[in-house]
Design a protein around this ligand. Structure first.
Ligand code: HAS
Ligand code: HEM
Ligand code: CU
Length: 577
């Protein structure tokens, strides 16, 4: 039997009943808002896929009342899609997930009033940002990109959302430090370790965006300044914009490492190695943002090259993860009687929608990660930058590795939080496979079109110009992309049917009947620091690792940002939509 730290929290005291109930409720609220955002975002996606399949529905939509208000242009739809999926869905889900896991594991007496306050603050920020978005007054895409100028309310709402996430970071770190004071000399339990590491990484990562929005964008959008420097804004944006992808990925890694093996009937491979991977993410996630700006002028090539090498370095903990979680899957399948070089794959827990979703998410991340390394290479970047290749890349990273993992996690997390049984588990399994194949189709179609030179962020279907792309015929990839939109629409409808029906069904059991699937480890980190290995002791001090990350980030950013500040350009805001 697996010793569930559910009943025996690691050293801490178990949460009292009222606190646990309140913690479950606030987590549920976060998760539900997250999926409501994803629902709207996902309903817009197929329109874009059809656009890249040569079918223009926007002209048709322009004639439909109500709908034509929120989708008045391609770019309003694209902004809503990017913001709701990549920013709102992720942040709400992650804030709930990575609040719940460490607070539950570490026990003690967390301040639930504060937890609720951050939830309502984040929701208020979301509502404020939503108003200008829905009125087509902030169609600036999810990357903001001044001098495009939206209403101040949009930026203020977004800033409040990010600030709320930093309060969640603060609460989790405070609970962890409290646990450490109460348990001197103990090794932080692995799930909390991963959660705290991710939050600390996010804190250092967020500083670029915070400075951009608070110091540059909000004063300018309120009319207090006559202009804004686009290059400095972009650079601060990508300080946050690259590591934000690890803020989306690592919460899925937590599940791949610590929960998926148990769902497969197996064990996690190594706690020390897992800690090494997360420690590397803390140090190397942030100082790499210039790989989004290879094409930007006025940035010294030496710094672009240094960011490139650091990007290759931050791929290493993902490679560690690939081998480690791959080994855990193989181990579990062999324990279930699997054999052969690849034959064991058939013995994975394919009947379970939650486990299957995550394995498919992992598979999609193999080409997703490989494509990332292509993007990062200064030699290839000019071929793929700003083409359809890039959305191809990120729908099999954030759109699948992250999103499909979160969908799979929801299949046990929602029953665990609510005590409601998952309805239609077969349909859940179908939705997962449809999502996977839909995204693979789209990835093939979009990467391929990108290689032929088709631009991203363009209503390509509406143009009447004859298009010749690098002498390559793009009929097939266009067809694949259009088909992916239909498959993904079906996947989304099936998934949301299961999710919302589950949420609306009556409570039938104690949520603990669906426990958190903690896995045992083949190689554990131990519980006493004094008896632990050098690797475990060296990775325990997450605050020091965070400081190291900040120093490294300042080293590779100050020489880039300094000249931009001393040459600040006042470019007036524009509404180009
Ligand atoms: Fe990226 C652009 C480079 C990872 C998301 N990326 C984007 C954008 C997004 C995004 C949203 O260097 C677009 C931004 C925009 O709108 O302009 N990316 C990378 C690199 C990595 C990477 C080097 N990206 C991600 C992740 C994302 C994400 C993760 C979201 C979650 N990306 C770039 C670059 C650009 C970029 C450039 C700018 C492009 C341009 O020109 O504009 C690396 O972190 C990837 C490392 C990953 C691996 C894969 C490990 C595999 C694992 C799975 C193993 C599976 C197993 C299953 C074991 C090395 C862990 C086996 C099972 C069986 C059954 C057999
Ligand atoms: C952009 C389709 C789900 C995040 C796009 C584009 C397409 C697309 C074709 C490219 C548009 C362009 O460059 O003009 C879809 C479909 C989906 C889906 C069919 C599923 C039904 C998701 C999910 C996420 C996501 C789940 C993230 C969680 C994004 C982002 C952009 C984007 C961040 C970029 C927006 C921009 O360039 O400003 N989507 N998508 N998508 N998608 Fe999706
Ligand atoms: Cu990046």
């Amino acid at each position: 039997a697996h010793p569930l730290s559910l009943t025996t929290p690691a050293g801490g005291t178990t949460l009292d009943t009222a606190t646990l109930a309140s913690l479950k409720k606030v987590t549920q609220y976060y998760v539900v808002v997250a999926f409501l955002a994803l629902f709207i975002g996902v309903m817009i996606g197929p329109l874009q896929a059809l656009n890249y399949g040569g079918v223009d529905l926007y002209t048709t939509i322009a004639k439909i009342p109500v709908l034509n208000a929120i989708l008045s242009t391609y770019y309003q739809g694209l902004t809503l899609h990017g913001v709701l999926n990549a920013l709102v869905f992720t942040q709400f889900f992650i804030s709930g997930w990575m609040l719940y896991l460490p607070l539950r594991e570490l026990g003690g007496k967390p301040n639930m009033k504060f937890a609720w306050f951050t939830f309502w603050m984040m929701t208020a920020g979301l509502l404020m940002a939503a108003v200008p978005l829905l009125f087509n007054r902030a169609t600036v895409l999810y990357t903001l990109y001044p001098p495009m100028q939206g209403d101040a309310l949009f930026y203020i709402g977004a800033a409040i959302m990010v600030a709320a996430s930093l309060l969640v970071f603060g609460q989790v770190v405070a609970v962890w430090l409290g646990w450490k004071r109460a348990n001197p000399g103990r090794v932080t339990p692995i799930v909390s370790y991963m959660s705290v590491a991710t939050w600390i990484m996010w804190f250092v990562a967020s500083l670029g965006l915070v400075v951009e929005v608070v110091a540059l964008v909000i004063p300018w959008s309120l009319g207090w300044r006559s202009g804004i420097d686009p290059l400095l804004s972009r650079t601060l944006f990508w300080w946050t914009g690259h590591p934000i992808v690890y803020f989306w990925l690592l919460p899925a890694y937590i599940s791949w490492y610590a929960f998926l093996p148990r769902q497969m009937g197996g064990r996690m491979v190594s706690e020390p190695l897992t800690r090494l991977a997360f420690a590397m993410f803390v140090i190397f996630s942030v100082p790499v943002g210039l790989h989004h700006q290879y094409a930007d002028p006025n940035i010294n090539n030496t710094w672009k090259t240094i960011h490139m090498f650091l990007t290759f370095l931050v791929a290493v903990p993902s490679l560690l993860t690939a081998f480690s979680v791959g080994a855990a899957l193989e181990d579990s399948a062999r324990m279930r009687g699997g054999s052969g070089l690849f034959g064991w794959i058939r013995r994975l827990n394919w009947g379970n929608a939650s486990a299957t979703a995550q394995v498919l998410a992992m598979i999609s991340f193999i080409p997703g990660g490989a494509g990332g390394i292509v993007n990062a290479s200064l030699a290839f970047a000019p071929v793929v930058h700003n083409t359809a290749w890039i959305p191809g890349h990120f729908h099999i990273t954030v759109g699948t590795a992250t999103t499909l993992s979160f969908m799979g996690i929801a299949f046990w997390l929602v029953p665990h939080l609510t005590g409601k049984r998952l309805v239609a588990p077969k349909l859940a399994l179908t939705s997962v496979w449809l999502w996977f194949w839909g995204m693979i189709l789209m990835a093939v179609g979009m990467h391929w079109q990108g290689l032929a030179g088709v631009p991203r962020r363009a209503l390509v279907s509406a143009t009447t110009q004859p298009q010749v792309y690098d002498a390559m015929s793009i009929a097939l990839p266009k067809f694949l992309t259009a088909a992916s939109g239909i498959v993904l629409l079906a996947a989304g409808l099936a998934f949301f049917y299961v999710l919302f029906r589950t949420l609306l069904s009556p409570r039938t059991e104690d949520g603990e009947a669906t426990p958190i699937p903690y896995s045992d480890a083949i190689s554990t980190a131990g519980t006493e620091l004094s008896r632990a290995s050098g690797l475990v002791r060296g990775t325990e001090s997450l605050l020091a690792l965070g400081l190291l990350s900040l120093i490294l980030t300042l080293l590779v950013y100050l020489p880039v940002i300094g000249p931009m500040i001393s040459n600040y350009q006042m470019v007036p805001g524009q509404r180009i939509w």
